[in-house]
Design a protein around this ligand. Sequence first.
Ligand SMILES: [Zn+2]
Length: 303
Amino acid sequence: MKCCYHPAYQVALPIGHPFPTAKYPLLKDQLVAEGILAPIDLAEPEPLDLETLELVHTREYLAKLESSGLSAAEQRRLGLPWSDALWQRSRLASAGTLLAARMALEGGLAGNLAGGTHHAFADHGEGFCVLNDVAIAVAKLRAEGVIRRAAVIDLDVHQGNGTAAIFEGVDEVFTFSMHGERNYPLAKMRSNLDVPLKDGVGDAEYLDLLQRHLPAVLDSARGDIVFYLAGVDVAAGDRYGKLALSEEGIRLRDQQVIEAVRGRSLPLAIVPAGGYAATRARTAELHAHAFREAVAYERAVNP
Ligand SMILES: [Zn+2]
């Protein structure tokens, strides 16, 4: 399985900041150590140019990011202090998702070991999300005529509000979000299909709902490619999640998505999205499941 990774996915944040950017190298190291990824499977992206970013984001917002012009209020909403390293990192991570999508279109399956920053809107960032990498990848591939339609399966515990807003009224892009009803963002946007979940939902109910909706999502979307935001903040004990999935439940969820998408021979690009377990190592371990399950599926189909 080809995966994008760059050491600069990890960026320094103030001590005590809740966003665990150290999870990215840990995830990469773990997948390589397990033999899920060979070093040769790793592709290093180059930061995206402004022209590509402008397919989704406003010039005004990008100019602020380029020139450290985010106000204190804008940085609070983003939840991250602006730095040039953060700006470069956001462009790199978005490039990784675009490259992963290209590799998925070529080989069927690929991933980015960062990305899934679904709270970024066209004109602002919020909830730790600077740029909307999946939206940028979809917009770029559509602009090039490489794809016409896309499906976004967003199983991060938080609603993909930025993605939903960006693609509102775009019939060719189907957005599906299953998320905590009472969790951030409090004002939800409208995805093509939203499945709100009560606090405390566990494996059985979650997997049943997913099974019920996933085939119809893929049927309606008729995507030339599927993006999977495999957020692990659905795990029991997550700092922000409020749900109660077990580790096995997350593994089964990932397996369910991968089987449904790859079983239809649709190209699949996987991105980790959110996860805030007690330790970064634990977060990386939970993120590893999606990639592990994807490789297991491909190996079973093409032994
Ligand atoms: Zn999240």
